[in-house]
Design a protein. Structure first.
Length: 86
């Protein structure tokens, strides 16, 4: 594990983080950067979960039977009635 990695921040990001430190939200730059890293990790985990669900839906669709003469408007109307009943 690398300790104290060197990073470059834009002036705007540095100003924003400094403002958060000045308000007491964070004690120092490292604390703010760790919070940002945790958010990034969480966001990437959510993204990965969404991709897995989409891939599963695509696989399910590819394995399903082909329906001839599918009426999209009828399907939407039936689903709307179903959802309104819940």
């Amino acid at each position: 594990m690398v300790r104290n990695p060197s990073i470059s921040l834009t002036d705007n990001i540095q100003k924003e983080i400094s403002a958060l430190i000045e308000t007491g939200r964070f004690q120092n730059m490292s604390e703010a950067m760790r919070a940002g890293a945790r958010l990034l990790i969480d966001k990437e985990a959510q993204r990965s979960a969404v991709i897995k669900r989409l891939e599963a839906a695509v696989d399910e669709a590819l394995e399903s039977e082909i329906v001839e003469n599918f009426d999209v408007d009828d399907f939407i109307a039936r689903k709307n009635k179903q959802w309104q009943g819940k």
